[in-house]
Design a protein around this ligand. Structure first.
Ligand SMILES: [Zn+2]
Length: 296
């Protein structure tokens, strides 16, 4: 689960976490190998292939918290599943923290998960532009004040996701949004509005996110932008070539400008042990006992 792959966790979660990082690293190597073999962007292919060759964790044993402290990461989250995990987990934590601050002040607000899709199509760039434009128009309608299904939404964060449609095999970009409102946005009204904007889709979904476990809903928004395990390397590279440089996560309203107290600093003052893992081809990550278990 993304949450467990996150910024921190207990020592008992570390083996599972390292295993997931190892699986992700292996997939990143497949992508890099495909790029190298196809003559696509060789420098980037090399950067991706070298991503996460070592991982240095710090175990703050007095509070049982393990954090990834050091690693050389490629930060190409559209190509590299390892960087996609890190990016998703950091964004999830940042927005859950923001939500905690917001809901302490605005106690009547509740989070809703809203999904918006457009019709599948063969041209990813065209379909993505279409979705992006439609989302912008939806928010413009709210600002114009002439009545919109999102009128009572006070804040939102959304992310774009791309995959191939299961039936059509064509590109299927869609977006997941956390919308904060006192009352559930009307799905029927939203569907009519969305169809009027897109001209090709009335497919929307609105559901309440659990108040007790907001992460269960927030995780939908901060999972990967592409599904690495479900698509061939050629599709992964095509998504990167098409979407690189585009902002795939955006926010509006009260989700912006929230000051989250930086609790992370507390743990940095605590004693820790460093656990150093090295990636070995064919074996995954192994604890380097020479470097590891160094009490500081
Ligand atoms: Zn990477």
């Amino acid at each position: 689960m993304l949450q467990q792959d996150g910024v921190s966790g207990g020592i008992e979660e570390l083996p599972g976490r390292v295993k997931r990082y190892g699986d992700a690293k292996r997939k990143a190597l497949d992508v890099a190998e495909y790029m190298a073999g196809s003559g696509i962007e060789q420098r980037t292919a090399k950067t991706v292939s070298q991503c996460g060759e070592y991982l240095a964790f710090r175990h703050y044993f007095t509070v049982n918290e393990v954090r990834l402290h050091g690693s050389m990461l490629c930060r190409k989250h559209l190509l590299c599943p390892l960087c996609a995990i890190r990016r998703g987990a950091k964004a999830l934590k940042a927005y859950l923290d923001r939500w905690e601050v917001i809901r302490a002040e605005k106690t009547a607000l509740r989070p809703f998960l809203v999904t918006l899709t457009v019709k599948d199509g063969p041209d990813l760039a065209e379909r993505f532009r279409h979705l992006h434009k439609a989302q912008r128009e939806l928010w413009m309608r709210k600002h114009r004040g002439r009545g919109s299904s999102l009128d009572r939404v006070e804040g939102a964060v959304w992310s774009y996701e791309v995959k191939r449609g299961s039936g059509s095999g064509e590109w299927h970009p869609h977006l997941h949004m956390i919308a904060l409102a006192e009352h559930q946005p009307d799905a029927g009204q939203l569907a009519v509005e969305w169809k009027a904007i897109t001209g090709d889709s009335h497919v929307v979904d609105v559901r309440l996110i659990s108040q007790e476990d907001p992460a269960s809903g927030f995780i939908e928004v901060f999972k990967y932008a592409v599904k690495f395990s479900d698509q061939p390397e050629a599709d992964t590279v095509h998504c990167w070539l098409t979407l690189r440089g585009k902002r795939l996560v955006a926010s509006a309203g009260c989700f912006r400008g929230v000051n989250v107290p930086d609790e992370l600093d507390d743990a940095l003052e605590l004693p820790f042990v460093t656990l150093f893992y090295r990636y070995l081809h064919g074996r995954g990550y192994s604890l380097d006992r020479g470097m590891g278990h160094r009490p500081m």
